[in-house]
Write a protein of this length. Structure first.
Length: 270
C-alpha cells in the first residue's frame, strides 16, 4: 500500500484546512469539511475491508450506503490538521443499516467525526440528487459573512441581491443566489435538515450569527464559493457607513447575466 498521507485527497484537504485557518475562517475547532471519495481513489492507500470501529451517526443516511467520505474530526483545530492528519481526519463508509459509520482510517486518538455530520450528509444527499458531481461540503465561520447576518434581513433575496451588488463576480459565481437560515442550535438534525432543504435551490447556505455552508465538485470550488461571498460581504461592511454615490444596478446585473448566459434567479432582481 502507498502512504495514505501522500494521497492527493489527504494532502489537498490538509492544505485547505491550513489556508482557512490562516484566513480566520476556522478559529479553534470551528468549521468542518466532508469530501465524498470513490473506492478507486482509496484502493492504493487503504484496505477498505478493515474496519477499525463503528460509530452511530444518529440519523438515517440510507441514500449513502457504501459511500466513502473523508471528514474532519470533532473538536479538532484546523491549525493542527496539517501537522496531525491521522488524529484530525477520518475516512468513513456508511454501513448497510444507513445509520452507522464504519471508520476505515484516522481519528487515531480515539475521536470521531464532526458533530455537524448530520448537516453534511443530509446536504450530500440533497446535492447528489441535483448534481452527482457535487462531492465537497464545507462549513466555516468567516467574519464578514457572520457580521452581515446582524445588519441585513435574514432573507434569501435580500442577501443575494446585496452580495451581487457589491462585487461584480458574485452573480457570475453564484447566479442562483444564496440561502439564509435564522439562528438555530448547531450540531442537530434539525439544522441539518433545514440546510439540506435550502441546498435544493442553492450551493451556499448562510447560518445567521454562525457561519456558512458551501458545496462544490472539489475542494477548490467549495472554497472559491465561500471566498467570493466573504469578499462581497467585506466590501459591503467597508462602505456601509459611507454615503454611496455609485452602485451596481439591477440593470447592470441583468446585462452581466445576458453577457455570461447566466441562469440567474430573476425574481431577485424584479
Amino acid at each position: 500500500m502507498k502512504n495514505i498521507l501522500e494521497a492527493p485527497f489527504v494532502v489537498e484537504l490538509c492544505q485547505m484546512c491550513s489556508n482557512m485557518y490562516r484566513l480566520g475562517w476556522d478559529e479553534r475547532n470551528g468549521g468542518n469539511i466532508s469530501y465524498l471519495l470513490e473506492e478507486e481513489q482509496l484502493k492504493d492507500y487503504l484496505d477498505v475491508t478493515r474496519v477499525i470501529k463503528e460509530i452511530p451517526t444518529g440519523f438515517d443516511a440510507s441514500y449513502l450506503i457504501g459511500r466513502y467520505f473523508i471528514v474532519t474530526g470533532t473538536g479538532k483545530y484546523f491549525k493542527n490538521v496539517e501537522k496531525k492528519p491521522e488524529e484530525s481526519l477520518g475516512i468513513i463508509r456508511i454501513k448497510e443499516d444507513g445509520t452507522t459509520a464504519q471508520l476505515l482510517w484516522g481519528y487515531s486518538d480515539g475521536g470521531k467525526f464532526t458533530s455537524e455530520l448530520p448537516a453534511h450528509l443530509l446536504t450530500h444527499i440533497t446535492r447528489l440528487k441535483i448534481d452527482p458531481g457535487n462531492r465537497v461540503v464545507t462549513h466555516c465561520h468567516p467574519d464578514n459573512i457572520i457580521a452581515l447576518t446582524y445588519v441585513l434581513p435574514l432573507e434569501d433575496r435580500e442577501f443575494s441581491r446585496t452580495l451581487w451588488q457589491f462585487e461584480t463576480e458574485c452573480i457570475i459565481v453564484f447566479p442562483e443566489g444564496v440561502g439564509v437560515l435564522p439562528w438555530m442550535v448547531c450540531g442537530t438534525n434539525e439544522i441539518g435538515q433545514a440546510t439540506a432543504e435550502k441546498m435544493k435551490d442553492y450551493r451556499i447556505v448562510i447560518w445567521a450569527h454562525h457561519g456558512i455552508y458551501g458545496v462544490g465538485k472539489d475542494l477548490d470550488e467549495a472554497f472559491g464559493l465561500i471566498e467570493t461571498v466573504e469578499k462581497a460581504a467585506r466590501i459591503y461592511l467597508l462602505t456601509s457607513h459611507l454615503k454611496r454615490i455609485n452602485t451596481i444596478t439591477n440593470d447592470n446585473l441583468k446585462e452581466l447575466a445576458k453577457a455570461f448566459k447566466l441562469n440567474y434567479r430573476k425574481e431577485f432582481l424584479d
